[in-house]
Design a protein around this ligand. Structure first.
Ligand SMILES: [Cu+2]
Length: 381
């Protein structure tokens, strides 16, 4: 019981720590971020007075909605602070040219590296979508866009397109914790701690601004993280639940298309991960076909099986994820006690994950953690 209590305390400070697009960057042909970063509408920097996760997270359905198994047609795409195309002081829009590759970065908040914290979630940690339009609407609804706008721009009212669809887990990102996933990634994808990310490595979704984006105008991106809970797994949600987060942002389209991403194999290997595109995502952008073909055949199990492949093999649609593998609620747990340290092994579906807990006395061999990891500094110790 003590372990259970302590484990909960490790994470309790962060129970509302979900994800949003923290920063946008143009990617140069060599895969390195270039220029001044941009930010979402109504952005709150983490360093701003009054910042908390809730200043940026936008949960759909909202906590106030009794039935979380439905999303109503009236539900807005954008958070109330992101309805208008306005920026806050210190958080300018990204400037980019038509055809540019752009990285959207977000924090995983434990949803990648501590997947056992939320039972019933898709093994790919959900799917992230980016929709683009030159004709955004105040009051835009989620359901007019999400799952409706398509690659060809022929979906729904035809005002926009689907620009990108990938797993929330980009195959690299981590926050620092003692779980095996984080530890493996810290070793495989090391980087110098910096002021922006700390020791964590943010997740990334790379998209290409359409070649047709008109210069001198704003181009709007809607980022949608679809992260449902499947039914019959978490006893709290016997019918499952919908859980979606969005970020709404605009780009100042400037100059002419420089065709930055139209050269293939220009990505420079071994560059600093602090400011580098994800190679597989970036290389996808050099190939129009690859961008438009979501790999719906890849099984989600590859995602949970840590370090098995690049982000491109991690692509799977939500539907695929829902049918291929389920993170079990009933986690078989093994504990080994040695002095003041214990290694807790949690079996999540077919995958064994573990985290090392120090200075904790083991009295019960079960661990229940139902929240996500702190984003501040990324440490859970
Ligand atoms: Cu969260």
């Amino acid at each position: 019981m003590l372990l259970q209590t302590t484990a909960v305390l490790f994470f309790i400070a962060s129970s509302n720590a979900h994800s949003w697009v923290e920063q946008l960057s143009v990617i140069a042909p060599n895969g390195t971020f270039t220029g001044t970063p941009g930010y979402a509408r109504g952005n709150y920097l983490r360093t701003a007075v009054g910042f908390s996760d809730t200043t940026m997270t936008y949960l759909i359905p909202p906590n106030t909605q009794a039935n979380t198994t439905v999303i109503y047609p009236t539900t807005k795409m954008c958070k109330d602070t992101q309805q208008d195309q306005t920026q806050t002081s210190g958080s300018p829009r990204l400037e980019a040219s038509a055809g540019d590759a752009i990285a959207l970065r977000y924090q995983e908040n434990g949803h990648v590296t501590l997947p056992w914290n939320q039972p019933g979630k898709p093994p790919n940690r959900g799917t992230v979508y980016v929709y683009g339009t030159t004709e955004p609407k105040v009051g835009e609804t989620l359901l007019d866009v999400h799952g409706v706008w398509n690659w060809d721009g022929t979906g729904g009212d035809g005002r926009g397109v689907l620009l990108s669809e990938q797993s929330f887990d980009d195959g690299r990102c981590y926050q620092i914790n003692t779980g095996n996933i984080s530890e493996a990634r810290q070793e495989k994808y090391p980087h110098q701690a910096n002021q922006l990310m700390g020791a964590d490595l943010w997740c990334q979704q790379d998209v290409q601004l359409p070649n047709t984006a008109p210069s001198g105008k704003l181009y709007t991106l809607y980022w949608v993280w679809d992260w449902p809970t499947l039914p019959d797994i978490d006893p709290t949600y016997p019918d499952g639940k919908k859980e979606v987060y969005t970020t709404c942002m605009d780009i100042d389209v400037v100059g002419k298309s420089t065709s930055r991403v139209q050269e293939t194999d220009s990505y420079v290997e071994d560059q600093s991960l602090d400011s580098a595109a994800i190679p597989s995502e970036f290389n996808d952008l050099t190939n129009e076909d690859a961008v438009t073909v979501a790999d719906s055949s890849s099984t989600a199990s590859a995602v949970v099986n840590e370090n098995t492949g690049s982000a491109s093999t991690l692509k799977s649609t939500t539907q695929t994820a829902q049918t291929t593998q389920i993170i079990q609620t009933t986690q078989s747990t093994q504990s080994t006690v040695s002095a003041n340290a214990a290694t807790v092994t949690v079996t999540v579906g077919a995958v064994t994950a573990w985290r090392t807990v120090t200075k904790v006395e083991i009295q019960k061999h079960t661990v229940t953690i139902n929240s996500c990891q702190s984003t501040a500094g990324g440490s859970v110790d």
